[in-house]
Design a protein around this ligand. Sequence first.
Ligand SMILES: Nc1ncnc2c1ncn2[C@@H]1O[C@H](COP(=O)(O)OP(=O)(O)OP(=O)(O)O)[C@@H](O)[C@H]1O
Ligand SMILES: [Mg+2]
Length: 304
Amino acid sequence: MTTAAIRDISVGGIEPILRGKVRDIFDLGDQLLLVTSDRVSAYDVVLPQGIPDKGAILTQLTRWWLDKLPDGIRHHMISTDPADFPEPFRSAAQDWGPRAMLVQKLDMIAVECVVRGYVVGSGWKDYQATGAICGIPLAAGLRQADRLDDPIFTPAAKNHEGHDENISFEAACDLVGGDLMTQLRDLSVQIFSHGRDHADRCGLILADTKFEFGVDSEGPVLADEVLTADSSRYWPADQYQVGISPPSFDKQYVRDHLASCGWTGDGSPPDLPDEVVAGTTARYQELFERVTGINWETWKEQQS
Ligand SMILES: Nc1ncnc2c1ncn2[C@@H]1O[C@H](COP(=O)(O)OP(=O)(O)OP(=O)(O)O)[C@@H](O)[C@H]1O
Ligand SMILES: [Mg+2]
């Protein structure tokens, strides 16, 4: 069943404290309501078309992973059940579908916690140029998409233009404090390894991912989206091959289309044809189904 994309999130008379490229965030005192829209961005530009169901799939995949984290890992999720949302959000949620998550409001840590298990993307470029990824020296002779037995932690900070910039572990420690950064590194690698083991059992490869953490009085808390197609690179295991960049479940399909139109981020973006939109929904949906073992359409019907 195809549904229309929901790009605009509105709650009568209430403005979000933040309208991100993808999420609208409403302030509820010591809690936040994170509503993930169907907006899609490329090169930091929001595209004119939305991807139907994307926001719901990202929210529900995050929820699924958070429910299954190893014991002792603290996270921000309180509920995805609209019955737990205060009015007028409870009523408004009827228009959004399962796109909203009530979370603990945290002081966010200004360092993005990236874990890489494969030599790919910007990591492959870095390795070719320097023999290292983000300053972490690696064995000689690695090829594109080679697996790293020990995943590496490569933090990033947002620069003045709002783009992520890789920084060394030492620089990250200088920014947030060495003890906290060490905790974040160990947590990130632990959660990544948990995700990678599960992905292996689903015929998927989790190549790399980005976590965001906040802190409360008891220490670090995992926040934001977790192990989704927007925050991670997943490959179908049966299409994996060393030496090439395997097809992934993320926005690469959209980016390939934009590249074929000659658009690489300057000026206004081209429209996405219907088949690119539908193909992108299908990829998000397939990843959800492979990770969770849940049929998306069936799950959606059960909600309504
Ligand atoms: N529990 C939380 N408490 C406070 N802020 C949070 C929490 N969870 C997530 N956030 C913040 O909410 C925002 C999510 O919005 P969104 O993902 O749309 O924007 P973005 O991350 O700035 O942009 P993009 O993901 O497109 O790069 C991020 O700024 C994230 O750090
Ligand atoms: Mg984000």
